[in-house]
Design a protein around this ligand. Structure first.
Ligand code: SPD
Length: 340
């Protein structure tokens, strides 16, 4: 009898907890968090996390613009934060709930996309590079032009990401990745149409796996994602093209339509704990703006110039900018390329 009483009590306790449990809906890039962090947060804050992923900023924006109202936390890149602020899509962050902001260095705050850090805080940063199979690619990989080499026909994968792909063409042509001259855009479009003849596909999330399986020999991707497969195949190498590359900062933001803004703040605050930030870096291989995490990050990672950016790469690289109305012109050229 005692046993049944105990089982009943346990059932009431569990179902009661379930009812009171808050839900946090996160929309982030794929392969961009240590899942254990999510489980630990659920335990500590007695909540449930629903986790959804996107492949590029534009996909995330389109989904939110189409009315997806369920997300409490999103992770846009700097230029996209600027676009979302202009569109009135982001809620102001409640700094009274963010005491771990003290762990952020001043240089990481008040960036040009959000001058007073009202709507966004930096999550992680990194840059784009080329991952390649050194046993299959017989040429030196030190320039974006390797992606135009017909010798590697159908073994090349580029990110499914408009700005990142145009950046390759602009860098080869000697222009800024944020160029807004329609004549240059036409040149870049033609270069990319020509390149498409030897392209296997535009693919973001699976690009690194295609490198691992040998379906691709040259993969344009962000370095953290590439590092996620380097450990599994010593023939995979990473090269940063000499023309320079795209550097990025992804940010934590709360959409205005979020249902659970307070829990979102608690999660942002949690991500800024040094031990949590370090756990994340050790798992996903992107750099963290939380300097206090550094002692807990493996030596191999923090001394790796393809994860923690060197001044040399930084100086010749650029962050993507919000191009304002020109974005629509670029999008038209991108859809022409995609549809060919
Ligand atoms: N797998 C996580 C990748 C995050 C990349 N974000 C950067 C976007 C810059 N255009």
């Amino acid at each position: 009898m005692k046993k049944y009483y105990f089982v009943l009590l346990a059932f009431l306790f569990i179902s009661g907890c379930g009812k009171n449990q808050e839900v946090l809906n996160i929309y982030n890039w794929a392969d961009y968090v240590d899942e254990q962090i999510l489980r630990d947060f659920e335990k500590e804050f007695n909540c449930k996390i629903n986790y959804d992923t996107f492949a590029n900023n534009e996909e995330m924006l389109a989904k939110l613009q189409a009315g997806a109202a369920g997300y409490d936390l999103v992770f846009p890149t700097g230029y996209m934060v600027s676009m979302m602020i202009k569109d009135g899509m982001l809620a102001e962050l409640d700094k009274s709930l963010l005491d771990n902001m003290k762990n952020l260095d001043e240089k990481d705050l008040d960036r040009n996309w959000d001058p007073e850090s009202k709507y966004s805080l930096p999550y992680m940063y990194g840059f784009t590079a080329i991952g390649y199979k050194s046993d299959k690619v017989t040429d030196v990989v030190d320039s974006w032009t390797i992606l135009q080499n017909p010798k590697y026909k159908s073994k090349i994968v580029l990110l499914d990401d408009m700005n990142e792909v145009f950046a390759i063409a602009f860098k080869i042509l000697g222009y800024s990745v944020n160029d807004t001259d329609p004549k240059h855009l036409e040149e870049a479009k033609n270069l990319l149409l020509e390149q498409k003849k030897i392209l296997k596909k535009y693919e973001t999330t699976m690009g690194k796996d295609m490198l691992l399986s040998g379906d691709a020999y040259l993969v344009h991707n962000w370095t953290g994602d590439l590092f996620q497969v380097v450990d599994q195949d010593s023939t995979i190498k990473i090269a940063v093209p000499k023309e320079g590359t795209v550097i990025f900062v992804d940010n934590t933001c709360v959409p205005k339509t979020a249902q659970n803004k307070v829990l979102a703040m608690k999660f942002i605050n949690y991500l800024m704990r040094p031990e949590i930030a370090a756990k994340n870096v050790n798992k996903v291989f992107y750099a963290s703006p939380i300097d206090a995490a550094l002692p807990m990050i493996s030596e191999e990672i923090k001394n790796n110039p393809n994860i923690y950016l060197t001044k040399e790469v930084y100086d010749k690289s650029e962050a993507l900018a919000d191009l304002g109305e020109y974005t629509a012109i670029k999008e038209k050229a991108w859809s022409e390329i995609k549809s060919k």
